[in-house]
Design a protein around this ligand. Structure first.
Ligand SMILES: Nc1nc2c(c(=O)[nH]1)N[C@H]1C(S)=C(S)[C@@H](COP(=O)(O)O)O[C@H]1N2
Ligand SMILES: [Mo]
Length: 259
């Protein structure tokens, strides 16, 4: 499944190799003959180019994902993975219009929170029309509304020791609860929101009601649906099987699924 991810990883690995080779060259600096050989000059300039490419790959993480217009919206935003969590608890929540739903904000925070959907809708909101890319080979453009995750983390006074945010979900696949996680760069990214509306309507159950993550610089499986909690942690050890997400644990999907 990693076809979408491998090219970048390969590029970075190659860039790292060439940079390392270029970095070793100062040892030869005394030797003009070698330094001036065309092949060496070529390797040096390749190293610089690769270095710039890898720097860009590392430093562009704050860049915004492309945003689209209403005219670009997909007629149907399909559902994938769980489309209705099992169990009477979720069914009862749905019957109540999710009036009793709570999002727990816990872990490395000075002020743990338990937010209702009304609390979440009362916060400053962001709306963004973005393209969702699933590794299974489909994309869809949807408009999402909700508060930025960073506002919620600020309200909870997330501690400096937090390195990851873990997203807990209400649904199981097999025996395991779905979960996901991201680092603080993605957690604080302006387009990382907890969405409760899709295309101006209340989020459908099939798309993660009442609340789902939109983490627009990442592939589809990172966008955790049916959110019950977010937890700030220093390490992903001991959470699920320790790889940072349901699919990462089950079938070696990449934890960092940046696009
Ligand atoms: N809780 C939960 N979140 C999930 C999934 C899931 O099965 N359960 N599937 C993931 C995958 S693989 C994708 S592509 C998107 C699909 O979102 P959609 O159902 O709104 O299309 O949700 C992601 N988040
Ligand atoms: Mo997906």
């Amino acid at each position: 499944m990693t076809g979408l991810i491998l090219p970048r990883r390969r590029l970075i690995a190659r860039a790292g190799g060439v940079v390392a080779a270029a970095g070793a060259l100062p040892l030869l600096a005394g030797c003009d003959a070698i330094n001036e050989a065309p092949a060496v000059r070529k390797i040096l300039s390749m190293g610089e180019e690769m270095n710039r490419a890898s720097q860009r790959a590392l430093m562009n993480r704050g860049a915004l994902a492309r945003e689209f217009t209403v005219a670009d919206l997909s007629p149907v935003f399909r559902s994938n993975g769980t489309s209705l969590p099992d169990g009477e608890d979720y069914a009862a929540q749905a019957r109540a219009g999710f009036a009793n739903w709570r999002l727990a904000v816990t872990g490395l925070v000075a002020r743990p929170l338990s937010l209702s959907m009304a609390d979440i809708r009362a916060m400053p909101q962001r709306t963004q029309i973005t393209r969702h890319d699933c590794v299974e080979g489909w994309s869809a453009i949807g408009g999402w509304t909700g508060p930025q995750l960073r506002r919620i983390l600020e309200a909870a006074k997330v501690r400096n020791s937090a390195r990851y945010i873990v997203f807990r979900c209400a649904d199981r696949i097999g025996d395991a609860l779905y979960y996901e996680s991201c680092d603080m760069v993605d957690a604080l990214h302006p387009q990382t929101i907890l969405a409760w509306a899709l295309n101006g309507e209340i989020l459908p159950i099939a798309n993660g009601a009442p609340l789902r993550l939109r983490i627009e610089r990442q592939l589809g499986y990172k966008h955790a649906k049916y959110l019950t909690g977010i937890e700030a942690v220093a390490s992903l050890d001991g959470i699920g099987a320790g790889k940072g997400g349901f699919w990462e644990d089950q079938v070696d999907y990449e934890w960092y699924a940046g696009i």
